[in-house]
Design a protein around this ligand. Structure first.
Ligand SMILES: Nc1nc2c(ncn2[C@@H]2O[C@H](COP(=O)(O)OP(=O)(O)OP(=O)(O)O)[C@@H](O)[C@H]2O)c(=O)[nH]1
Length: 406
C-alpha cells in the first residue's frame, strides 16, 4: 500500500482501457441534523440524474414522492433519474452490485454514488471500506465527505460528542442547517460561536448554509482532487492549505471568535466554553517543505504515523515531491490508520512544487508530527542512521517551512 514509486496512476481522463472511476461522496451528520431533508431536496435537482444514493433504510427517508419503480434487487429507480438502494448485506456488496449494473449494461451511466450514514456513525469506516478494497478503490474515487451540522444544537453536540467532532474533522464540506431557526440574540450568538468552532476544527472545509441555498450538488460534491469539468487535478483547491494559516480570517466565516467577551451571558457559561476550547485536542495544521523527499522516507513516515498513531489521524491529505521522480508528484490521503493507495500525477498542476500536507489530528500535537516529518524529509540520505533513531532524535532541517506554528 505504501510502495510509493510504483503507485497507481491517477488517470482520470476517459480513454480506452479501464473505465474512469465513479465519484463517491458520503453525507454524514449528527442525529436530526437534516441529512434526509437535504437529500430529498437535492435528489430533485436535475444535476443529480444518474446518481445512485445508498441509505440505510428506505423507511427513514420519505422518498415515496420520488419513487417510480421498485426493482426486485433492492435498487429503486427514482423519477429524477437517480437510483436508490439500501445497504443490504454490507456496503461492499451494494457497491459491487452497482458496478455490475454498469458493466452489464443494465445501467447506462452512473455519474456518482452518494452514501448517507446514520447519525451516530463515524464516517471513517465507510471511507476505509472503499480505500482498503483492492477493486472498489479502482472503480470508485472519493469525491467528498459532506458533514451536516445543526445550526441550533450543533455547538453543544460538538462539545459533548466525540463522534460529532470526528464527523466535522473528516469533512470536505460542512453544511449548516436550521440557521433559519436562529432568531433570538442568544441563538444568533450560538450560531456565530458554532461557525468559529467549525473553522477551528476543520479550517480547510468549505462551509455552506443550507437555508441560504448554498447546499447545491455542485458545491457539495465538487471537492475531489480532480476538477469535474476539466478532469485536471486541482491540488491547491483540494488541499486548501491556505485556510489553515489563519483559521479565523475567512471572509464569510465568523469573525466573532469572542467567547471571552461579554455577551450578557453569565460568566460561568463563557468560562465553560473557554475550558472546552483549551482542553480540545483536535488540531489542524499544515507541513510544507521545498526539499524533495526520498520515496522510502515518505513511506516510512506514513507507515510510522499510521501504525503508531493511526486513530489520532482524523484526516491527512498531501502532495509530495519525491526525490527520485521530482516532476511527478505523489498524492497522499489518509483517514485514521488507513491511507488511500498513493496516486502519482503525471505533472505538477501548477507552479508550486513544494511538498504540502494538511493534518487534522486528535491528541497528536503538531510539534510531534512536525519533528517526525523533519527527520524523515530532510535527513534520510543513503548514509543516514535508521529511521527509528531518526525519530527518536530528529535532526533540524534547513529549507523546511511552516505556514503556522503551535
Ligand atoms: N427549520 C428547519 N428545519 C429543518 C432544517 N433541516 C432539517 N430540518 C428539520 O429537522 C428535523 C430532522 O431532519 P432530518 O432531515 O430528518 O434529519 P436527519 O439528519 O436525516 O435525521 P436522522 O436520520 O434521525 O439522523 C426534521 O423535522 C426536519 O424537517 C432546516 O434547515 N430548517
Amino acid at each position: 500500500m505504501t510502495d510509493l514509486p510504483k503507485s497507481v496512476e491517477a488517470s482520470e481522463v476517459p480513454k480506452r482501457g479501464p473505465k474512469p472511476p465513479i465519484p463517491l461522496s458520503v453525507i454524514t451528520g449528527f442525529l436530526g441534523s437534516g441529512k434526509t431533508t437535504l437529500l430529498n431536496r437535492i435528489l430533485q435537482d436535475p444535476s443529480m440524474a444518474d446518481t445512485a444514493v445508498i441509505i440505510n433504510e428506505f423507511g427513514e427517508i420519505g422518498l415515496d414522492h420520488l419513487l417510480v419503480d421498485q426493482a426486485s434487487d433492492g435498487i429503486l429507480e427514482l423519477s429524477s433519474g437517480c437510483l436508490c438502494c439500501t445497504i443490504r448485506g454490507d456496503l461492499v456488496t451494494t457497491l459491487e452490485d452497482l458496478l455490475r449494473r454498469v458493466d452489464n449494461g443494465r445501467m447506462d451511466r452512473l455519474a456518482r454514488v452518494v452514501i448517507e450514514t446514520t447519525g451516530l456513525a463515524d464516517p471513517a469506516p465507510i471511507l476505509h471500506t472503499i480505500m482498503l478494497h483492492p477493486y472498489l478503490v479502482m472503480r470508485y474515487r472519493l469525491e467528498s465527505v459532506v458533514t451536516l451540522v445543526d445550526g441550533i444544537n450543533g455547538l453543544e453536540t460538538i462539545e459533548t460528542h466525540e463522534e460529532a467532532r470526528r464527523q466535522v474533522a473528516v469533512a470536505d464540506r460542512l453544511v449548516l442547517t436550521k440557521t433559519d431557526l436562529a432568531q433570538t440574540p442568544a441563538q444568533s450568538e450560538s450560531l456565530a460561536a458554532l461557525k468559529a468552532r467549525l473553522v477551528e476544527l476543520n479550517p480547510g472545509a468549505h462551509m455552506l448554509d443550507a437555508q441560504a441555498g448554498e447546499a447545491i450538488p455542485e458545491r457539495l460534491f465538487d471537492a475531489g482532487l480532480y476538477d469535474p469539468k476539466t478532469k485536471i487535478p486541482d491540488v491547491a483547491k483540494w488541499l486548501n492549505a491556505e485556510a489553515y494559516e489563519e483559521p479565523h480570517s475567512h471572509g464569510h466565516h465568523q469573525h466573532g471568535h469572542s467567547h471571552g467577551h461579554s455577551h450578557g451571558h453569565d460568566h460561568a457559561h463563557d468560562h465553560a466554553h473557554d475550558v472546552n476550547r483549551h482542553d480540545d485536542k483536535i488540531r489542524a495544521f499544515t507541513l510544507a517543505t521545498d526539499r524533495p523527499i526520498p520515496a522510502s522516507a515518505l513511506e516510512m513516515f506514513i507507515d510510522l504515523l499510521r501504525s503508531a498513531h493511526g486513530p489520532k489521524l482524523l484526516r491527512v491529505k498531501g502532495i509530495v515531491q519525491i526525490a527520485e521522480d521530482p516532476d511527478r508528484p505523489v498524492v497522499i490521503h489518509g483517514v485514521q490508520h488507513v491511507f488511500h493507495p498513493p496516486a502519482t500525477l503525471e505533472a505538477w498542476p501548477d507552479e508550486d512544487h513544494r511538498t504540502r500536507m494538511v493534518f487534522i489530528t486528535n491528541d497528536l500535537p503538531e510539534g510531534f508530527v512536525r519533528r517526525m516529518f523533519e527527520a524523515f524529509s530532510g535527513a534520510l540520505l543513503p548514509d543516514t542512521p535508521d529511521p527509528q533513531a531518526m525519530t527518536e532524535n530528529p535532526l533540524a532541517v534547513s529549507g523546511f517551512t511552516s505556514p503556522i506554528r503551535n
